[in-house]
Design a protein around this ligand. Sequence first.
Ligand SMILES: [Fe+2]
Length: 329
Amino acid sequence: MLKDVHHVSMYGLDLGGVQQFLDRHFGILPIKTEGADEAVASGMRVAAASLLKARVAIFPVGPSLLEFMQPRGRLGRHYDVVRRNGGKPTVSHICWKLEDISSRHAELLSRGADIRERDWAGMSAHGGYYVFNIVAEEAVRGVWFQFAENLTLSEVTAIEEGQVKTRSHAREVEATGHKWVSSDVPAGALKYVHHVCYEVWGLDYMVDYMRKVFGVEPFKREDVSSEGLRAASFHFGRTIAQFVEPTRFDDANADFALRFGNHPGFCGGGVSHVGWAVDNLDDRIRELSGSGVRFVQAQPVVSPLGGYRLIDTAPELSGGLTFQLCEDV
Ligand SMILES: [Fe+2]
């Protein structure tokens, strides 16, 4: 049922830094931005409510998108996620692609999924795709699942010609606001989402949930005691979803799961990191080093879960974000 990543959503406090890094080093430009401060630039007053709206930039990564949101002030649900992560940017949710989304919506409800939009698969507030959410609460161990299907071109045309009106759960979406998702953009250096890592308490419970609600089985289960974790890995399209349960006190995995993996309410968290696939990892590292990018590790390392090599970019020059670059072995 789950087919590939529709988008990775991240929240952080330096959208400009992320945007510049993606442009300069990976050749990726946003295909959509929202909430630029025209009013501030012109000296106009800003309505208080608009202070709660995050700034947004959405970047294409192969068949998927990277959505980055920056809260405008130190309040609201976006900021709460960043605050939980000590002010550092973090993944808020992964949105998975579904085909025939309204049938899948009904199917998931019938299997007991706690869907926020029970009555309909509504339009995203960004336009361009249908979306619904499984609420991040105890039934899913704090994980926020989101699902999407892009509008077809004929649906976009019907909306643009005024034959159909579209609403998100929050507001009406402008008729001109749908085409961006299908726009053709040149590919940058990041090819697709290689893996996403959910940190959860109760791995066996989570595997059982995935089986009963989504009808999927892990292709691999491991107990990596040297790293203080147990893991179950699933193939969703070409992306690997890793569910990791910490087994050690006072350890980075456990610290992250404590902040996000118990009961954050509808505000996200739970994904410790995302890996991005690149071609020819060693060439990329040479190129990036040459243009001033630094890395966390001196050399690429083999993932403790096996199957791929990885290296993390140092966060200082990319808005506090670490890009994990991956290549299968
Ligand atoms: Fe999303």
